[in-house]
Design a binder for this molecule. Sequence first.
Ligand code: ATP
Ligand code: MG
Length: 775
Amino acid sequence: MEKYLNQLNEAQLAPTLQKDGPMIIIAGAGSGKTRVLTIRIAYLMHQGVDPFNILALTFTNKAAREMKTRISDIVGNSEAKNLWMGTFHSVFAKILRYEADRLGYPSNFTIYDTQDSDRLIASIIKEMNLDKDVYKYKQIRSRISSYKNSLITVKAYFNNPELMEADAAARRPQMGNIYKNYVERCFKAGAMDFDDLLLKTNELLTRFPNVLAKYQDRFRYILVDEYQDTNHSQYLIVRALSDRFQNICVVGDDAQSIYAFRGANINNILNFQRDYDGVAVYRLEQNYRSTKNIVNAANSVIDKNQNKLEKVVWTANDEGQKIKVNRLMTDGDEGRYIASTIFETKMNEQLHNSDFAVLYRTNAQSRAIEDALRKRDIPYRIYGGLSFYQRKEIKDVLSYLRLILNPADEEALKRVINFPARGIGQTTVDRLIVTANAEDKTIFEVIQNISNLDININRGTQGKLQDFATMIESFQVMNTNANAFELAEHVVKVTGLIREFNKDGTPEGVAKMENIEELLNGIKDFVEGQREIVDSTASLSEFLEDVALATDLDADKGDPDHVALMTIHLAKGLEFSHVFIVGMEEDLFPSAMSMNTRSELEEERRLFYVALTRAEKQAYLTHTLSRYRWGKLIDAEPSRFIEEIDEQFLDIITPMEERRFNPMLDASIFGDIEPNKVRFAKPKTAPTRQKKERKAPEKFQISSPKKMKPVSKTSGGGNLFDSKLVAGNVVNHQRFGRGEVLKIEGKGQDLKAEIAFEKGGTKKLLLRFAKLEVI
Ligand code: ATP
Ligand code: MG
């Protein structure tokens, strides 16, 4: 343990060593808040606190897993695995499952994801005959979500004339009734949506004092990371659970509060000292993550916010490179610039793809970047898009599984009742819903009793419905003695799902089959993983819960060495060596929708602060002169946030001329490589293009026809080393020092040398850019 405590500086050590009482650590980005939280948990256990008594709440499941792994390293896995650790949603879903019957839910309640909620709301709007252009289901869903996160129940809503008037003024007088129907339908379906997981936990803790006492007693030490982004509902849970022992440690940075739009309440952090007696306040000031340039640049930005706690952030790290600002013509050029820069920097500095991240304000921006990365064969992964578990074919399989566990699950049933097609039409389904609502039964119960009900569905269709119910019932029987994998495999066969996706033979069909296979593999892994744990039921319901709460950061599938693409919101808490922040344009970042009030603009600025402080070594900002938005090409202006950075930290690359970024033309146009620094790459004659680039689409080639000279197939073009450098040469590299050339490979612009450096080990360098001298 000593060893780990030694990894902390004095300021970090103080909160780590304080065992009891309420405490808050407020500190800027990269100052080790998460590290302190981690080591503090290990140290609590070292002092004899039972891991069963420790609850740690993180912002993502991934963060929880990483923390647990680190703690395992310190105290051993057998102890660490007993910690209660996860997101608010995952921890309280487990507790709710245990206590569900008190609230009138089945213990195998379904968790509706946003897609399920959207579908249900859309269906209610339709059933109520409301105008779907006025009652937009996504808006309604977010409104319901904000009610729930503020603990405004349906009853509270109808007791609050102000809320009702506000909705009426927004031309949505039926809002309250939609809310009411939605809540009733979820309840009847034995389903909780994401917000319910918090709302129902609050209900549980308020209505049942003995339950509250039980969990207060269990969670004697509570720790919360990213506390600045907790919403009211989360705040109340933490408050209630910590009330008895008051051993609560929260860490956060008000400057990184970026989820106000989802109900996060920055006052939770600002008022913490008022909520508990004798709060110890700790501040950390030293940043260990980033270079001086990045830390100081970020400080200069956040300084512009009026509403903030004064903080000092400094670093003893190197000065580092200035932040590179680059202007491109279009988003396509922006993508190509990023792909080229990653390609070269990776070779030049011996980095991995996973050292790079591209952060954007909106998901839509990823497309142009993806295109460019694909053309360069750079592996990447988009985080936060449609997650694996939300793909249609996967949801179809999961819906069958959900229905087995909880036949009341209306959204699952509607999804699969006629998929694969079994002759049950939409009219039939609509009639089933009407009867279910009228009889206060679930749709599945209506189907099971169909011959006894007065329902306008013909005999033939009734037979098909009964067959469907019988099939689901047979799966339920199987579920009592088969494991989740065996059951899932059986289900995809018997339902005809496999046949359905197999039959079309198109590449999309094949991809879908592969995804289903991947899902089955995942279930198998899960079952096998659970087997190691004594007492585990390895049950289908546990698997489905994991899936329902999986955020896209969790499912780390495929090649782990990939460039990460994500929105800035998702990047919170993460760090990468090189970070591109793209689309630095007015109306995009800051977003056009967030410039009406100072507080909105300040939230955008905090978002920019979060983005910048993700970078360890190098940050790049890009903006374009024009960009496609809402299907139109519009002129774009550089973001005010660029100007807000103190100029001394910036390296503004003014293109020699405004032209399309085309990596094939000549190396000096690589905005970030100043012409005089390109020592070996400056072509005297026609540059050699890479093989890959020859396949570039026609449009791309036409853009600068004058420069496109025929490709030399044999020579390395202007590369000085083409003939000179051979294995056995001793060279000197600016950063890596002396080394011996082991091997030369590749051709032309792809020419690489494998060099064994005396200090830095063996590296492969792209000769175009390697700053080498032959000794
Ligand atoms: P954020 O605000 O972005 O969540 P944070 O305050 O949680 O940042 P950490 O992620 O804990 O900061 O730490 C930032 C980086 O600095 C990590 O790579 C961490 O391992 C490293 N670090 C933290 N403290 C120290 C230390 N005392 N010595 C060396 N490295 C440290
Ligand atoms: Mg952190």
